[in-house]
Ligand binder design. Structure first.
Ligand code: 3PG
Length: 205
């Protein structure tokens, strides 16, 4: 099983791109790359998402680009066809984890409770996304998990912000934090790309 955290390397911010068009997605990715970001996640929540992944890979070849919101084997294959370098799921089921077992790229399954964590662990995963982190117990939940599941490390996403990301990162079982706070929808709408660069740079400090 390929390690997602190894692919992330030194980067502890997982910036999320949700784009309505290819142009928008590439501009967001460019603004993130300008802050020194080397790896981004594109969530498959708009009709443009798969084309956004391919376009970023073509236009910013230095970036590693993953696909988020993977819910099925079909999504997985579509993301790989688009060139995804990694796969992230918002939730976990036996069916989905079986479908992803032979993925040629790192997979980060999403969990929100102890049963999910155990299921993912039984499938061989030791790196998980906690989603939606703030609604699934946040920092107190993650702290509690460090004694029960001492061999699992997390990337929380969902409700992470400029004001709390460092508190999550301070936990010894958190290897990265992810979210859309570094590419707010109104910045994208108003083409305020510098705000995205600044927010990424701030989060990476
Ligand atoms: C995700 O897919 O991980 C979430 O959409 C991120 O949630 P956020 O918008 O609260 O950062």
């Amino acid at each position: 099983m390929k390690s997602f955290s190894q692919l992330m390397g030194e980067q502890t911010l997982l910036p999320i791109i949700q784009a309505n068009s290819v142009e928008e997605g590439v501009n967001i990715a460019k603004a993130m790359a300008d802050a020194g970001i080397a790896l981004v996640e594109v969530v498959l929540r708009t009709p443009a998402s798969l084309a956004v992944i391919s376009a970023i890979k073509a236009q910013l070849p230095q970036l590693k680009v993953g696909a988020g919101t993977i819910l099925s084997a079909k999504d997985h294959h579509a993301a790989l066809d688009a060139g995804a370098d990694f796969i992230i799921t918002p939730a976990t089921s036996d069916t989905l984890l079986k479908a992803l077992a032979d993925s040629p790229v790192p997979v980060l399954p999403g969990v929100s409770n102890t049963a999910d964590i155990l299921l993912a662990r039984e499938h061989g995963y030791s790196e998980l996304k906690l989603f939606p982190a703030s609604l699934s117990g946040g920092i107190p939940f993650l702290s509690a998990m460090s004694s029960v599941f001492g061999d699992i490390i997390f990337c929380p996403t969902g409700g992470i912000s400029a004001s709390n990301n460092k508190d999550y990162l301070a936990l010894n079982n958190v290897f990265a934090v992810g979210g859309t706070w570094v590419a707010k929808a109104d910045w994208v709408e108003n083409q305020q790309w510098q705000n995205i660069t600044d927010a990424c740079a701030q989060a990476c400090k």
